[in-house]
Design a protein around this ligand. Structure first.
Ligand SMILES: Cc1cc2nc3c(=O)[nH]c(=O)nc-3n(C[C@H](O)[C@H](O)[C@H](O)COP(=O)(O)OP(=O)(O)OC[C@H]3O[C@@H](n4cnc5c(N)ncnc54)[C@H](O)[C@@H]3O)c2cc1C
Length: 479
């Protein structure tokens, strides 16, 4: 069934775009690089390839319409970092460590540079990000420990700064907050404007985009869709959470390495200035509560609170397709944001949606080239792909072009190992599903036990210790 673009997210309702699909692939074509998927990964890769080597013939094959996946649905944080960066960068010797941090922290500025030079208005605001220790004292302890670990890995107050409750209030006024951690290395954007703008940009540079063209078979050098074929020197699968629905190639099923998890968001009606005066967020900051479970929010350019929280995993890695949220799903997100901002308890929620993202088994991002198979790919962004995909695009372009650059020399770049050796597969079912649910239950239990000030100390310790064990189990032996 054709997607109703107007209900994909708040972001797609805000842009003047018919979302009419570009033509499908109906013939046999021969290109230098074939990219599967027109989300940020595919489009940034096409952009950097085409700007660095304009002679390249590049085709992007998209199952639906450019931006259909997470790229038009996300929370809009452009993070100057990658999932798992601390484990990858922390152990590097200087000056490499400093260079890697600088490369990561520079991501928002690179997105700003390109979008401004190329005329993509995506409401870019570099206001930094704030993690709040909002609801119980153990959060403050954990957040301070996190900050200390970042300092041990070579970062400083310029990168992550502790905010007292009074300082936090200057950024965002969260009920009962005990403090917060601020980093300047983050911007917020209107995600669909970036996705749709990038598609138009690369098309203008001569990249061919075929839409409504799901790839049904692919192998090194060859791709088939329902009514077309592509011969390509290089293939770049850029489907992130959809990896499981891409057919296996040469015996390798990408879905084994990328678990689809969905995340859900709500947006309020535009809120008046006097309400915002009590909340803050005046500069386009991203904010989240420092729970072990995810929360993320921003104040949109039209003054809505956009708030995402929690997610879900479906048995067998089935992708969630229907993002019409249930009453309970909306109510949970309302409860979570009114815990932070009680004055919003009666505001209208006008939009709710969600999308799928991909999680690698090592909980870290990878950018990979296999020159034997003529394959380049990136993924495992977790919920942190908006900025990471820009770096991935630059990196994959350099790797394909055989350039030795700062980007290609990073610890998250894997060269010349097949996917099956380079990445760790997820456990088979039912272990994944049982594991996911046991871990999430322990985190939810921890939040509710610790948020109640009447809970006796022994129960607090038990809930926390269970979550710590679950977290350790999750990251056991992953390096
Ligand atoms: C609700 C939500 C909130 C998020 N919030 C943030 C955030 O605030 N900050 C952040 O950094 N990250 C966030 N993320 C993650 C971020 O959005 C993603 O990591 C990023 O958009 C991934 O881009 P991508 O191009 O790799 O994948 P996608 O944007 O998912 O694109 C993949 C494309 O591949 C296409 N495709 C699939 N199968 C095929 C096939 N067989 N043939 C051809 N095409 C195919 C799909 O239609 C899709 O267009 C969020 C994600 C979600 C879902």
């Amino acid at each position: 069934m054709a997607p109703d673009w107007r209900s994909i997210s708040l972001w797609t309702t805000q842009i003047d775009d018919t979302f009419a699909p570009r033509p499908s692939l109906e013939s046999e074509i021969d290109v230098d690089v074939a990219i599967i998927g027109a989300g940020y990964t595919g489009l940034w890769t096409a952009y950097y390839l085409k700007t660095r080597a304009p002679q390249l013939r590049i085709a992007v094959l998209e199952a639906e319409t450019a931006g259909f996946g997470a790229s038009s649905r996300n929370g809009g944080w452009v993070i100057g970092g990658l999932l798992g960066e601390d484990r990858l960068v922390g152990h590097l010797a200087e000056p490499r460590r400093r260079e890697s941090w600088a490369l990561l922290h520079g991501i928002p500025d690179e997105v700003a540079r390109v979008t401004s030079a190329e005329g993509i208005d995506c409401d870019f605001r570099k206001g930094g990000m704030v993690y709040c220790a909002a609801r119980y004292p153990e959060q403050e302890v954990r957040l301070r420990a996190y900050m200390a670990s970042l300092y041990q890995e070579g970062l400083s107050e310029d990168d992550f700064r502790w905010l007292s409750p009074a300082e936090l209030n200057q950024e965002v006024r969260v009920s009962g907050a005990l403090g917060g951690l601020y980093s300047p290395h983050c911007a917020t954007i209107q995600p669909a404007k970036l996705a749709r703008g990038l598609a138009r940009l690369v098309e203008g540079l001569g990249v061919m985009i075929y839409e409504k063209s799901p790839v049904t078979h692919w192998h090194s050098g060859k791709i088939r869709t329902a009514s077309g074929q592509v011969k390509a020197d290089w293939v770049v699968p850029a489907v992130e959470s959809f990896a499981g629905s891409l057919p296996p190639s040469g015996g390798t099923s990408l879905g084994r390495y990328q678990l689809p998890v969905h995340s859900l968001i709500v947006a309020t009606e535009p809120l008046p200035e006097d309400v915002w005066a009590g909340i803050g967020l005046t500069r386009g900051q991203g904010f989240g509560e420092f729970s072990r479970q995810v929360t993320y929010g921003q104040r949109s350019c039209d003054n809505r609170l956009v708030f995402g929280a929690r997610g879900g995993y479906r048995f067998g890695g089935r992708i969630r397709q229907d993002f019409t949220l249930t009453g309970d799903e909306i109510a949970l997100r309302r409860r979570l944001f009114t815990d932070l901002f009680p004055q919003l308890k009666d505001v209208r929620i006008t939009h709710s949606w969600g999308g799928n993202l991909g999680m690698g088994r090592r909980f870290r991002t990878h950018m990979l080239i296999d020159r034997r198979q003529r394959l380049a790919l990136a993924g495992g962004y977790g919920g942190e792909g908006v900025g990471a995909t820009n770096l991935a695009g630059r990196t994959l372009a350099d790797l394909i072009l055989g350039r030795d650059t700062l980007e290609t020399r990073q610890p998250w770049v894997i060269q010349d190992r097949p996917v099956s050796e380079a990445l760790r597969p997820w456990e088979p079912e039912p272990f994944r599903w049982l594991g996911y649910n046991a871990i999430m239950r322990s985190f939810t239990n921890e939040d509710s036990v610790l948020a109640d000030p009447r809970t006796p100390p022994w129960r607090r310790r038990m809930a926390q210790s269970l979550s710590e064990r679950m977290e350790a189990l999750m990251t056991w032996k992953i390096g």
